[in-house]
Design a protein around this ligand. Structure first.
Ligand code: ATP
Ligand code: MG
Ligand code: MG
Ligand code: MG
Length: 439
């Protein structure tokens, strides 16, 4: 990408309508623009990040055996009357009428729709278990949309739904998603701690929220530092390994973590002081077992092994894909701007010429940019005729993991400067070694 031909409207001043750092930085770095209260346009650089996050979520869902599909945003009110939620959902649901005066709604979630699809298509116990998911825009008419994309009204969510023949199977599906979530968030370079959520309509221990620590989070959280040490990627745990998944669940359950809703002071007091982590947290995901709540209400049945009808047990599993863009920035920034973890960065490298009017610098930068592209390294090349200092400030603001700074003095001696955004470390290197480091 050449910055001179790109669409990157950065702001010098911090916008006054933004209260939290991620919202300010998303506006300043040109990631989003609000088009109506709680509704955002994703500008090119923001959209790249959103797609990176979406792709990690997708890969980990696929790896866990969930099957991707796509359901529409607009739903029929009658579908929601079947579960009884049309009236129960309240003013957060955006209700719409079409030209024939039919009642419709913009989906806040999809339990009803998928339950109906599965009810119509699956007939036998042999076709279960299945977990299906989609990544689709949702609308919730939040009373107070705020903090930019963190609490928008229109937002992107991954929602998965599992269907099992019995509760034991449903637990396996739940554990599978639990592990998929731990891996998903770890790949994004953030610490998202699973916390037992205040139990839902069914009760039981199968509801966890995944919470990222950030001073602007909406709930207070408490957890054992052990969560910072687990490595969910390297683990040789396979998704089909029932015993291994049970162990994982037991490990998660026995390691203290709680939101203010579930916090237990006496258990907390047994954890060594230097291992107690507290702060405020942002909910980036939520997994939930709800048994036959929807399948029973909506008449979803398959024939069991003995020929008798069985009502499948279900769970649902949400990730706030668009909220994550803000949450990652909350967790990873400094005074100069965003610091993207490499896995979600819009580009890995930014090449900057300090003097676009210096032919030797431009020739070196062009060659470097060409070679990085050839090597498949995602690169933004700031080839604008602007002050070098201003271009470096923009690079810091948009937070690419690596910067290659090309200036007349270095180029004369065959060197460039390589800067790592996260640590600020700079090294003067030959062009070849810089390339070697980045490819
Ligand atoms: P919250 O407590 O923040 O209102 P929720 O518990 O209502 O969220 P869920 O129904 O659990 O949300 O939805 C799954 C995920 O969708 C949440 O964990 C969150 O990451 C995301 N999400 C929910 N509401 C919003 C919103 N208004 N804007 C952006 N993301 C959202
Ligand atoms: Mg909510
Ligand atoms: Mg919540
Ligand atoms: Mg929730």
């Amino acid at each position: 990408m050449r910055v001179s031909r790109y669409f990157l409207p950065v702001l010098k001043e911090s916008p006054s309508d933004a209260q939290i750092v991620s919202h300010k930085l998303m506006l300043r770095a040109g990631l989003v623009r609000q088009t109506a209260a709680g509704i955002y346009a994703w500008l090119p650089i923001g959209y790249r990040v959103l797609q990176k996050i979406e792709q990690i979520v997708r890969e980990e869902q696929d790896r866990a055996g969930a099957i991707e599909m796509l359901m529409p945003t607009i739903q029929a009110a009658d579908l929601w009357r079947e579960s009884g939620r049309y009236d129960a959902y309240g003013p957060e649901m955006l209700r719409i009428r079409d030209r024939h005066d039919r009642e419709m709604l913009y989906g806040p979630t999809n339990e009803e729709m998928l339950t109906a699809i599965v009810r119509d298509e699956l007939k036998s116990y042999r076709e279960l278990p299945r977990t299906l998911y989609h990544i689709q825009w949702k609308f919730r008419d939040e009373v107070r949309p705020r903090f930019g994309v963190m609490r928008g009204r229109e937002f992107l969510m991954k929602d998965a739904y599992s269907f099992d023949l019995d509760e034991a199977g449903a637990r396996q599906s739940y554990y599978t998603q639990l592990l998929a979530y731990l891996r998903t968030f770890q790949r994004m370079g953030i610490q998202a701690v699973p916390m037992k959520a205040a139990s839902g309509p069914i009760g039981g221990d199968l509801s966890h929220e995944f919470i990222v620590l950030a001073p602007t989070g909406e709930s207070e959280v408490f957890y054992d530092a052990a969560f910072e040490e687990f490595d969910w990627q390297q683990s040789d745990l396979q998704y089909g390994d029932a015993e291994g998944l049970q162990k994982l669940f037991d490990q998660v359950s026995s390691t203290y973590s709680a939101t203010d809703e579930t916090h237990d002071e006496s258990r907390w007091a047994t954890i060594a002081k230097d291992r107690q982590r507290t702060g405020r947290g942002i909910e980036v995901g939520h997994i939930f077992y709800f048994g036959d709540k929807y399948s029973a209400a909506m008449g979803l049945k398959v024939s069991g092994q003995d020929g008798k009808p069985v009502t499948p047990m279900m769970g649902s599993y949400g990730v706030g894909v668009s909220r994550l863009v803000g949450a990652i920035i909350e967790a990873s920034h400094d005074d100069a701007g965003i610091i993207w973890p490499e896995s979600v960065a819009p580009w890995k490298v930014g090449v900057v010429t300090m003097r676009q009017d210096d032919d030797a610098s431009v020739a070196a930068a062009e060659e470097l940019y060409g070679n990085l592209q050839l090597a498949g390294v995602e690169t933004a090349y700031d080839d604008r005729d602007e002050r070098g200092g201003a271009k470096l400030a923009t690079m810091d603001l948009i937070g690419l993991p690596w910067q290659v700074i090309v200036g007349p003095r270095g180029v004369a001696g065959g060197t460039v400067e390589l800067k790592r955004r996260s640590s600020g470390e700079r090294h003067e290197l030959s062009v070849e070694s810089a390339l070697a480091r980045l490819t």
